[in-house]
Design a protein around this ligand. Structure first.
Ligand SMILES: NC(=O)C1=CN([C@@H]2O[C@H](COP(=O)(O)OP(=O)(O)OC[C@H]3O[C@@H](n4cnc5c(N)ncnc54)[C@H](OP(=O)(O)O)[C@@H]3O)[C@@H](O)[C@H]2O)C=CC1
Ligand SMILES: O=C1CO[C@H](CO)[C@@H](O)[C@@H]1O
Length: 377
């Protein structure tokens, strides 16, 4: 099978997410890395792209040059990944979709709800795929949890408790760290810091696993590090469309917590929890029974959990392979072979609506506000 052609914008040398996209896109031999505008500094971006094996004429200085260069080629890239800071996602994603490219955009998909709605419209009109990199939903055992909820193994879901709390932005003297500073700069990050950076992953997981959506929420935001404009800690209570009670804590100042993404689902007949730092196990309790550990690779897992797992039982499969699962489903969708369980532009829009609702609620002492995008009300 001929490989699809892939290009990336952002994800340059030293970036946090760039390596995961390179490893993920290459893991299954489905995409060849053909073009990139990898850095905000044109010279650095061109040099780094070439050091990764990209031809000089496709190692672009910026995304506009890449769009102009690629759209005229017979062998243009099929898929473009947008892995730049948040304030550029909308313009780049919209432009590439309109020019006929498939796009995988990093989260948050846009800076505003209106932009999110615009991307949903543009993606639909273009007929191209626009996915958003909610990659934690592509861990095998997260797929297993989704399948178990859908099969009714937990009964009606009562409560979802999600955390995405780490301690890596706890140092007040780290404000100039280039990996940190844009995350608290409203011009580059948007109206929210940690809620938009990590909280939306946890909220997406809650929706993804339960097959439900956030309807309304109440938020408490805090900026605990002196001088920080945007929140670095947030507690959000929410309710879903089906009436499930939701709790979310997201923080960047929780020293001692490393990645800090975990989720628990409690239903009438059972409960289960999963943590991204122990991704191969689900801790499961049936009502009245002893605790069970469900292990990646064991017999009897859902078809989707098996499909998303590459190596035998007990061998760790981690973050880059979860990202690879997103690329597997993207390749299938681009080839018209199925949709998998891809996070979509609609998911990206729902996240933006939740972020804006949380900012609004926090400014009103935690008043409950509608968290649905106007387009879906
Ligand atoms: N899905 C996930 O799990 C994760 C998602 N993310 C998301 O990915 C995006 C990038 O985050 P992260 O990698 O942590 O950020 P970093 O700051 O670590 O890296 C950003 C990279 O993009 C480059 N860049 C900045 N602006 C442009 C531009 N206009 N054109 C081309 N390249 C540009 C930077 O260059 P330079 O170094 O010179 O500034 C750098 O190489 C964010 O939106 C973030 O929310 C991040 C981590 C995990
Ligand atoms: O999306 C993300 C998930 O993980 C990181 C934390 O480790 C975040 O900073 C990031 O933007």
């Amino acid at each position: 099978m001929t490989k699809l052609k892939w290009g990336m914008i952002g994800g340059g040398e030293g970036s946090q997410i760039g390596p995961a996209h390179r490893l993920g896109s290459q893991a299954d031999g489905l995409f060849s890395f053909e073009a990139g505008a990898l850095d905000v500094d044109a010279a650095k971006g061109r040099a780094y792209a070439q050091s990764l094996g990209i031809a000089a004429d496709r190692a672009y200085g910026d995304w506009k040059e890449m769009l102009a260069g690629e759209r005229g080629r017979d062998d243009k890239v099929d898929l473009v990944t947008v892995a730049t800071p948040n304030n550029t996602h909308f313009e780049i994603t919209k432009s590439f979709l309109e020019a006929g490219f498939h796009v995988l955009c990093e989260k948050p998909m846009t800076m505003t709800v209106e932009e999110g709605e615009e991307i949903v419209r543009v993606a639909k009109a273009s007929g191209k795929t626009c996915a958003v990199n909610y990659c934690y939903s592509a861990y095998p055992m997260v797929r297993q949890m989704k399948a178990m909820v859908a099969a009714g193994e937990l009964g009606a879901i009562r409560t979802v408790v999600a955390n995405f709390s780490h301690g890596h932005h706890a140092a007040g003297d780290d404000a100039d760290n280039p990996r940190v500073r844009w995350r608290y700069d409203p011009a580059q990050a948007g109206v929210s810091g940690q809620m938009a950076d990590c909280g939306i992953h946890a909220l997406h997981m809650a929706s993804f696993i339960t097959g439900d959506e956030v309807e309304k929420l109440s938020a408490d935001f805090a900026s605990t590090v002196k001088g920080r404009v945007l929140e670095d800690d947030a507690m959000v209570n929410f309710r879903t469309m089906k009436g499930t009670v939701g709790r979310l804590w997201t923080s960047t100042i929780a020293l001692g917590r490393q990645h800090g993404l975990d989720i628990a689902i409690y239903g009438e007949k059972g409960g289960m929890r999963w943590a991204s730092e122990q991704p191969n196990q689900i801790i499961y309790n049936r009502l009245g029974a002893r605790t069970e550990i469900i292990e990646k690779g064991e017999a009897g897992l859902s078809e989707d959990a098996q499909r998303m797992s590459r190596v035998a039982i007990a061998h760790p499969e981690g973050f880059p392979l979860a990202v690879a699962n997103i690329y597997v489903d993207l390749a299938a969708k681009i080839r018209g072979e199925g949709k998998g369980n891809l996070p979509t532009a609609e998911d990206g829009l729902r996240s933006m609506a939740a972020v804006f609702a949380a900012v609004d609620s926090a400014s009103k002492d935690g008043a409950w506000v509608d968290a649905r995008p106007p387009m879906f009300r």
